[in-house]
Unconditional design. Structure first.
Length: 152
């Protein structure tokens, strides 16, 4: 019998935003604002997910769907929930929704030094196609552009 996951993936709503902001501020030197997250939840092209561990937000993901492509705009998992499948499950949920909406490809940028995230994306079928020089700041760093074919 399969072991139950200690988290549930669901759509983000306004009640999640305070915890999402805490995660965002802990994970990123240039965090998104509350209004940015609130805007995403009103956009038809945005897929906004949270991973809930009980009443606690363990992670979140924002993806943008435009035409036949989905772009992973923002994803973060709390330090205490990393390497437990939270990011992978959110990504799989996003990909499933993107395919349902007719998407044929997915893209994302990731810090060149973020080997854990790059490894997760590779396991999900993404591959590096380019380097975006000096994409990130605080600290300055290149972004690896990764893509995945959703038609395969």
């Amino acid at each position: 019998m399969a072991e139950a996951k200690p988290f549930v993936i669901r759509e983000m709503d306004r009640s999640h935003v305070p915890q999402v902001l805490e995660i965002e501020r802990a994970c990123y030197p240039a965090p998104w604002s509350e209004s940015a997250f609130n805007h995403e939840m009103t956009s038809e092209s945005s897929v906004d997910l949270v991973a809930m561990a009980g009443e606690t937000v363990a992670g979140f993901l924002v993806g943008w769907i435009a035409a036949d492509q989905v772009h992973v705009a923002n994803i973060a998992v709390t330090a205490g929930h990393r390497r437990r499948g939270v990011g992978t499950e959110m990504m799989m949920r996003l990909i499933g929704e993107a395919v349902r909406r007719g998407c044929t490809s997915s893209s994302l940028e990731v810090r060149e030094s973020n080997l854990a995230a790059r490894s997760m994306y590779s396991r999900l079928g993404y591959h590096a196609v380019a380097l975006r020089k000096s994409y990130y700041s605080n600290p300055a760093e290149d972004a690896v552009i990764m893509v995945k074919d959703l038609e395969a």
